[in-house]
Design a protein around this ligand. Structure first.
Ligand code: ASP
Ligand code: MG
Length: 405
């Protein structure tokens, strides 16, 4: 008998037929004698619709009330899933995050899990129930409802698996697992059998949004092995776990393209200490996430100056422009330009640590496709380049062919 945590995302519970399908899968595990904890998201579209309603009333709704509102999405799904299991003759009980013992800090709309005391979950399991827990939500110690940030049901599942010391954690979604590239863009993309936490994090950071980033960080920290698989078939998925020696045999695990970044350049910034600090402090105070940063010193035409280029998430571009405008007089730079038509193309793999010539091969491949490279950044297991968005898919296919076919 195993204790299994299964998480079903919004598309897997999109309607009552899909919820019945989830119940049937859960019932199969029960019939083998396993104990099952099910974590569910809101039915797809529900969270966005609730946010839309609040924004019809005001642009900046109160965050405590947003948590009160958004947590209702998952509460619909837990009850419907329990009802679907009852209809199959299975004992099942639904719990809110708070009832499941998920305690968070008080940062409404992006709370952090502080502790999980799943005593009630254990009791209900021992009484023969399937336990269905609302994902994405918890409560502070004094009972205020909180949510864990968009996509937070993944985190609920991983954290519960850790707290319950589950034997197995399965993340059910609408794709068969993690692929070497987005199969919609690269027809020859393959499902990856096993991937390390670090590769998964770099792939997610590089735009392959299979799972919430925080949930993978949490899994790495608490060594929770999990499987990403489809709720629409019985194919085995992708196992995500700590790196093993054989993983280094593969140089590149995957290729990804992030179309959601924009490039900002601050021209003619005086080359003296503190200028970059002022810029990035101001951006961070406005909660603007900066990814790649490149600076180039140029001493042309008198005073030493630098051109500073960085990327931000596309939706933050306007805000970033405003922040920089406000700093121009104080910092004395010449002008700011931006470019939204970029793509960030990355190759990821732990094998890069022990293989040489990977960057050379990447750049040669791009050159032979006539793709110009704007920015470059690297980590131990990733190389990213910024290129023209119009060439993004072609370049991605070429890299996939060079490293993975
Ligand atoms: N329903 C929430 C969202 O859409 C949480 C989740 O789906 O994981 O972000
Ligand atoms: Mg989701």
């Amino acid at each position: 008998m195993a204790l299994i945590v299964q998480k079903y995302g919004g598309t897997s519970v999109a309607n009552t037929e899909r919820i019945r399908n989830v119940a049937r899968r859960v019932a199969q595990y029960r019939e083998q004698g396993d104990q099952v904890v099910v974590v569910v998201s809101a039915m797809s579209g529900v969270t966005d619709r609730l946010i839309g309603l609040a924004k019809e009333i005001t642009a900046l709704p109160d965050e405590r009330e947003m948590d009160m509102l958004l947590s209702t999405g998952e509460q619909q799904t837990i009850a419907l899933t329990a009802i679907a299991l009852h209809a199959l003759g299975q004992k099942a009980v639904s719990f809110t995050g708070a009832q499941a013992g998920i305690v968070t800090d008080g940062t409404h709309t992006k709370a952090r899990i502080q502790d999980i005391t799943p005593d009630e979950v254990h009791r209900a399991l021992d009484a023969g129930n399937v336990v269905i827990v609302a994902g994405f939500q918890g409560a502070t110690e004094d009972g205020q409802i909180t949510t864990l940030g968009r996509g937070g049901s993944d985190l609920s599942a991983i954290a519960l698996a850790a707290a319950l010391k589950a034997d197995l954690c399965q993340i059910y979604t609408d794709v068969d697992g993690v692929y070497t590239a987005d199969p919609r863009l690269v027809p020859k993309a393959r499902k990856i059998a096993e991937i390390s936490y670090d590769e998964m994090l770099e792939m997610a950071g590089a735009g392959s949004k299979v799972m919430q980033l925080r949930s993978v960080e949490f899994a790495k920290k608490f060594n929770v092995v999990f499987e990403v698989r489809s709720s629409l078939n019985d194919n085995p998925g992708t196992i995500v776990k700590e790196e093993s020696a054989s993983m280094e045999d593969v140089v590149v695990r995957g290729v990804s393209l992030d179309k959601n970044q924009a490039k900002v350049t601050v021209w003619g910034l005086p080359d003296v200490p503190g200028r970059a600090a002022s810029i990035f402090n101001a951006l961070s105070q406005s909660a603007i996430n900066v990814d790649m940063i490149v600076q180039n010193a140029s001493h042309a035409g008198g005073n030493p100056a630098t051109d500073l280029t960085f990327t931000v998430d596309k939706p933050d571009l306007l805000k970033a422009g405003k922040v920089l405008e406000g700093l121009q007089a104080q910092l004395g730079f010449r002008e700011v330009t931006s470019d939204e038509k970029i793509g960030k193309l990355s190759i990821v793999g732990v094998g890069m640590r022990s293989h040489s010539g990977v960057a050379a091969r990447m750049f040669t491949t791009l050159a032979s496709e006539g793709v110009n490279i704007g920015l470059i950044s690297t980590s131990e297991i990733k190389i990213s380049v910024v290129i023209d968005l119009a060439q993004g898919e072609q370049a991605m296919q070429a890299l996939h062919k060079a490293f993975l076919e």
